[in-house]
Every structure is written in structure tokens, then in C-alpha cells.
Unconditional design. Structure first.
Lengths: 109, 116
């Protein structure tokens, strides 16, 4: 399975943009890049996913490097409610969803 | 609210005992996934069922088993419990067969198991 590397933790200020990086240098051409987050005392929650092109939804944006060896989850205006562990996951056809350690995001008021 | 229901929310039991965790997927979802989350291991994939059949297996111990019933709810059975089995157990569901690389998973709020 292709692996991802994320920083253990990051801090941001409330109402500022947050860029959460993920490296996946061994990504295959058919791996989708998924992002989930886990708020305290809750189950993981889908955030966004993409294959090659950048993606936007109401929660976040996903910027994928041209060579696909890295990606960045962008929260446009962080709120206190965005404090969570963010997981970057690669998933290929026929494979299950495996979570790594993720990045713990702290949002300061 | 993800639409995935897990019961019970908390379970306290003793070593050597057997427990059953229950999961009701979102309406219409055919796939159910089970995950274990402990402090030292993070989120570990255990097993996946699709429409009643086992589809994928992860790091599931032989003391653990699962099944998915005709009404699509799933149960995770944990037997001969050990202290190290104390963890949060999550269920997730999806509408697809589970083999698609772009499917979304919807997670329940988990069952906290404490083995004393």
C-alpha cells in the first residue's frame, strides 16, 4: 500500500487559512487521495477526496501537486470547531481504507 | 449526524468475557466496515462486509468475528476479552461495494469498550 506522511501537529489562528500538507511519493496512478477528520470524541468524518485535479467543497479545498506526490488540504477560514485530527489516506481500487496517525490541528482563538 | 447508529455507546466488562457490538448502517448502504481505535495503535481496519458477505479483512484477531444480517445491520463479536482489547470500536457504512477507490465512508460515533 502506498503510504502518506503528515506532520504530527499544526497550529493555526481562528479565522485564518490553514494548509495541511500530505506527502505520498509512492502514489500510484489509480490511487485516490482522501481526507477525513476526527473531532474529539467522535467518529471520523469525510472531508474531501480527489484523483488528479484540485477539488472544492463546502468544507475545504484539496490542492494536488502536478506529479501527485503531495497534496494539501486547505481550510479557508479556520474555526474552533475545525480543531481535529486530519487524516490523509490513499485508496486504490479494491483496497480498503487505512488510516495513519494524521495531523492534530489546534485552532487558537 | 452521519446516519450510522452504534450501540451500546459504552460497555464495561471483565477479562475473559464476550461482548457484541451492534451497527446499523445508513439507510440504503450495503457496506459495513469495523475499525478499532486505541491510544497506541490509532485507527485499525478490522473487517468489511458487503450485502451480507465478507469483503475484506484487516488486523482482526481470531477471537473477534463479525457478521452482517439480511437487514444489513452488523454485529462485531469479541470473545475471551483481554485488557488490551479496551478501545473505541467504530462502524462505518458506504453505499458501494467497498471496492471503489473513490467511495465515501460514513462513521458512527463508536462504542467505548473497557475491559477491567
Amino acid at each position: 500500500d502506498a503510504k502518506t506522511t503528515q506532520p504530527n501537529s499544526m497550529e493555526s489562528n481562528e479565522e485564518e487559512p490553514v494548509h495541511l500538507p500530505c506527502n505520498h511519493s509512492t502514489i500510484s496512478g489509480t490511487d485516490y487521495i482522501h481526507w477525513y477528520r476526527q473531532l474529539p470524541s467522535q467518529g471520523p468524518e469525510y472531508v474531501i477526496h480527489g484523483l488528479t485535479s484540485n477539488v472544492n467543497n463546502r468544507m475545504a479545498s484539496l490542492a494536488i501537486a502536478e506529479d501527485r506526490k503531495s497534496s494539501t488540504l486547505i481550510l479557508h477560514r479556520a474555526t474552533l470547531r475545525d480543531a481535529a485530527v486530519y487524516y490523509c489516506i490513499l485508496r486504490d481500487l479494491g483496497n480498503d481504507m487505512r488510516f495513519g496517525a494524521g495531523t492534530r490541528l489546534t485552532v487558537k482563538p | 449526524d452521519s446516519g450510522v447508529t452504534q450501540t451500546p455507546k459504552h460497555l464495561i466488562t471483565a477479562t475473559g468475557q464476550r461482548v457484541t457490538l451492534r451497527c446499523s448502517p445508513r439507510s440504503g448502504d450495503l457496506s459495513v466496515y469495523w475499525y478499532q481505535q486505541s491510544l497506541d495503535q490509532g485507527l485499525q481496519f478490522l473487517i468489511q462486509y458487503y450485502n451480507g458477505e465478507e469483503r475484506a479483512k484487516g488486523n482482526i484477531l481470531e477471537r473477534f468475528s463479525a457478521q452482517q444480517f439480511p437487514d444489513l445491520h452488523s454485529e462485531l463479536n469479541l470473545s475471551s476479552l483481554e485488557l488490551g482489547d479496551s478501545a473505541l470500536y467504530f462502524c462505518a457504512s458506504s453505499s458501494s461495494s467497498g471496492m471503489g477507490a473513490n467511495e465515501k465512508l460514513f462513521f458512527g460515533s463508536g462504542t467505548q469498550l473497557s475491559v477491567l
